[in-house]
Design a protein around this ligand. Structure first.
Ligand code: CA
Ligand code: CA
Ligand code: CA
Length: 365
């Protein structure tokens, strides 16, 4: 979280103002119309929630766990589905509002953040001793993260800043905003949690189309299984260390194998890159003929199963060692197209395969 842009959406003919986060989803007040939208952060699609044409515009949006609050002339409230639920008499022009778990805090147009008690709704009581000033007079929008407030500066023609600040207005963190005329800032929780539906596992080997195993575990590695990790919003998760990943191999279909089907996964990259990708090389330490699937978990979250990975072995008779028996079987396949002896997966059993076989001769028990 350094203020760099991960993704963005552009909208014509909208003027988004204050933000709120409810159930990890972002809601935005619209200043060109009396509307509140829910934003799908994966697609940018908007869902209309509040649509109240008895009013003109919304500049602020707060949510107390049950109701949305917007000020326009008075303080209006709506349920989570956008149904109107009453109105409290109110006089200020508000540029942002946020609920801190106890009170509604409203940033007004004269550079004050005021604290309002709503427990006697529809009457509002200000708690005057709690009033403070925002980091700068250009701050617009207000959001509360559980400990601190957030806002963003709106300055004509100049990049403003995003501020995280405390109940005195003291700045805790600040970032240069990524666009002009910023208005409000919030954090969507769960952005570092991998999401199974957004993440995927792919096989990327360029030279082999399958895994060739040796009982000694030193067969040519399959390179690579590539895992792409993203969060629920489809953003790549960078910096997840290789040690966070775990693998479970299962033989499927008409697979034959000797002993327990076992594979080792060796990290090629130390951690996921900025695209959320990390690669592992696969080696098998037993004889496997047929297909395997590989289940992947990252920090305990199960990702979708890998595509089928075909397997071969130098241990042709599946007895745990590569010996004279296997050599006899290989010799019978030589210069043919027998799949089991085609160790480089090029469709023919020739000198290349013999060289590979010879280098694993006598491996195993
Ligand atoms: Ca807000
Ligand atoms: Ca054998
Ligand atoms: Ca071959």
């Amino acid at each position: 979280m350094d203020g760099s842009v991960i993704t963005y959406f552009e909208y014509d003919f909208y003027y988004f103002a204050d933000l709120e986060v409810v159930n990890n989803e972002v809601y935005v007040a619209e200043a060109f119309a009396p509307r509140v939208y829910k934003i799908d952060l994966r697609t940018g699609d908007l869902e209309l929630i509040i649509d109240d044409w008895s009013l003109y515009y919304f500049y602020d949006l707060g949510f107390d766990g049950t109701y949305f609050y917007v000020t326009e002339w008075d303080l209006n409230r709506y349920d989570i589905n956008g149904n109107f639920d009453g109105r409290a008499s109110f006089d200020e022009d508000v540029m942002g509002s946020a609920w801190d778990g106890r009170y509604l805090w409203m940033l007004n147009d004269v550079n004050q953040i005021k604290c309002w008690n709503l427990s006697r709704w529809p009457s509002l009581t200000e708690i005057p001793g709690n009033m403070f000033t925002p980091p700068t007079p250009q701050c617009r929008g207000l959001w509360f993260d559980g400990h601190y407030f957030w806002t963003a500066e709106s300055i004509d023609g100049v990049l403003g800043k995003i501020y995280q600040f405390d109940y005195d207005g003291t700045i805790i963190n600040q970032w240069l905003a990524p666009a002009f005329r910023g208005w409000s800032a919030c954090i969507v929780k769960g952005t570092t949690t991998p999401d199974p539906d957004q993440s995927y596992v792919t096989l990327t080997d360029e030279s082999y189309t399958g895994l060739t195993t040796c009982p000694a575990g030193d067969g040519p590695p399959y390179q690579f299984v590539q895992i792409t990790v993203k969060n629920v919003n489809g953003y790549p998760l960078a910096g997840i260390p290789a040690s966070s990943f775990a693998f479970t191999v299962s033989p499927i279909g008409a697979t034959q194998w000797y002993g327990i089907c076992s594979c080792t996964f060796t990290a090629v990259d130390p951690e996921t890159n900025t695209n959320g990708e990390i690669r592992f090389a696969i080696a098998g330490d037993t004889a496997i003929f047929g297909n395997i699937t590989i289940a992947v978990t990252v920090d305990g979250v199960s990702l979708n199963d890998l595509d089928v990975l075909p397997c071969n072995s130098f241990d042709l008779n599946i007895d745990g060692s590569v010996n004279l028996i296997d050599f006899g079987m290989f010799a019978g396949d030589y210069l043919g197209t027998a799949h089991r002896s085609d160790y480089n997966w090029d469709g023919i059993v020739n000198l290349i395969d013999f060289g590979m076989f010879a280098s694993h001769y006598c491996h195993g028990r």
